[in-house]
Design a binder for this molecule. Structure first.
Ligand code: ZN
Length: 130
């Protein structure tokens, strides 16, 4: 079956016979044994909510999905770095201001990491504070 688009309003994706030909002005199935009596050949609709890991939009084989996946994994790596490596949640603060201060220090450390500079005294100081 070949993917034939997504109906966002109905939340489903459509697959159709891969041997459909549009030659002669009207679509028709060119299978040796016609796969369906319908003029477009066999068509299957799959509801994406039932199994979103298998049938999703954009499709996993597309370049758009790869870009979204890369952005997602980048954000997850950033969250892991803040929570586990810099121990964001180990702070025993009650005020949101202290949480923001800690978070901003951690983000500065992440920027220092991204620059891949040799360890500076500021980075050591911020690393000890985190
Ligand atoms: Zn067919």
């Amino acid at each position: 079956m070949r993917r034939d688009g997504t109906e966002h309003i109905k939340g489903r994706t459509k697959f159709k016979c891969p041997k459909i030909s549009f030659a002669g002005g009207s679509p028709h199935c060119t299978c040796e044994n016609p796969c369906s009596d319908a003029k477009y050949g066999r068509t299957v609709h799959l509801v994406m909510d039932e199994n979103p890991r298998l049938f999703n939009d954009p499709p996993r084989s597309s370049e758009k999905w790869k870009l979204e996946y890369n952005a997602r994994t980048s954000a997850e790596r950033c969250n892991k770095r803040e929570k586990l490596d810099y121990k964001l949640e180990d702070g025993r603060y009650r005020s949101s201001k202290m949480w923001y201060c800690r978070l901003f220090c951690i983000m500065m450390c992440q920027h220092l990491d991204a620059w891949s500079l040799p360890e500076t005294s500021l980075q050591n100081l911020l690393g000890q504070a985190a």
